[in-house]
Write a protein that binds this ligand. Structure first.
Ligand code: TIU
Length: 274
């Protein structure tokens, strides 16, 4: 059992029953010239957390924890995008429109891809959407074993695997597997089979990172709370375009005795494993 010196009180978890949730670290929200910046946002606060999220991923892989990446994305025909969602934001640049990195928040568009630095490593990804097997050319022994197990319809990436190359030494560090969940909502549980995927793996605890703190991270953590997961938000591995919203979210999630969950910086999580 690992104990993190978290707020509002120590957070305990078993790494075998814990998954790291990396929410929407996709190019369109974070890179200059993407959708986020076209909406008038300063993307620098989001870009600043990338090294921290990378360290968190390294920790999760070293500890053999499950990693779930999400992307806010829609089908090309936008049949999973309610008109009310599409109408909001900037009418001149709506979901599905052609943006600077392809169609905005549409699966497969360049801007919809996870930042290369954070993308699943070669061999981590066990399956594509549905039950097709393996997005990457050379699955590690560990993920090959995972593939052989009867996991129901593992969600994963788009048709184009985005596997970074990696040294064979890193291969030993890889956790069991990584899932990539394409989610049409703000919350990772809405209209996805994330809950079933986590249940199938016996996951009871979730560590949250990603963007933006007050929108997709917070919504997902609240959804997780309602489904019975014990969640901790890694506060310096999340960011918002608005610093005040980031801070307010961290405060409100953990107020009232941890009404939604816990918070801790990466350093305290790392210290808990020593
Ligand atoms: N991922 C996520 O938070 N989607 C958003 O649209 N966030 C904003 O803050 N706009």
């Amino acid at each position: 059992m690992i104990t993190v010196d978290a707020v509002p009180y120590p957070y305990q978890f078993d790494r075998h029953h814990t998954a790291l949730m990396v929410i929407d670290m996709q190019r369109d929200f974070i890179e200059a010239g993407g959708f986020g910046s076209m909406l008038g946002n300063d993307v620098r606060p989001l870009a600043r957390i990338v090294p921290t999220v990378a360290q968190l991923l390294t920790l999760a892989r070293a500890q053999r924890m499950w990693v779930v990446h999400t992307r806010e994305s829609h089908l090309p025909d936008l049949s999973d995008c309610p008109p009310a969602k599409r109408r909001r934001g900037n009418p001149a640049l709506a979901i599905g429109d052609a943006g600077p990195m392809g169609r905005i928040l549409v699966r497969g568009a360049p801007g919809n891809q996870i930042l290369p630095l954070l993308a699943p490593l070669d061999g981590e990804l066990v399956s594509r959407h549905g039950s097709d097997v393996v997005g990457c050319a050379q699955p590690s022994e560990r993920s090959a074993r995972r593939i052989a197990q009867p996991i129901p319809s593992v969600l994963a990436s788009d048709a184009t695997p985005r596997c970074a190359s990696m040294a064979s030494a890193d291969r030993q560090m890889i956790g069991d597997a990584t899932l990539v969940i394409d989610k049409p909502g703000k919350g990772a549980f809405h209209a996805t089979d994330l809950h079933a995927q986590l249940q199938a793996r016996g996951i009871t605890h979730l560590l949250f990172a990603g963007v933006t703190t007050e929108v997709c991270v917070q919504t997902s953590m609240r959804e997780a709370n309602d489904r019975g997961y014990e969640s901790l938000i890694v506060e310096d591995a999340c960011a918002s375009y608005f610093r005040a919203f980031h801070l307010a979210t961290l405060a409100m999630l953990t107020a009232q005795g941890g009404i939604i969950g816990w918070k801790a910086p990466l350093a305290l999580l790392q210290a808990a494993f020593k």
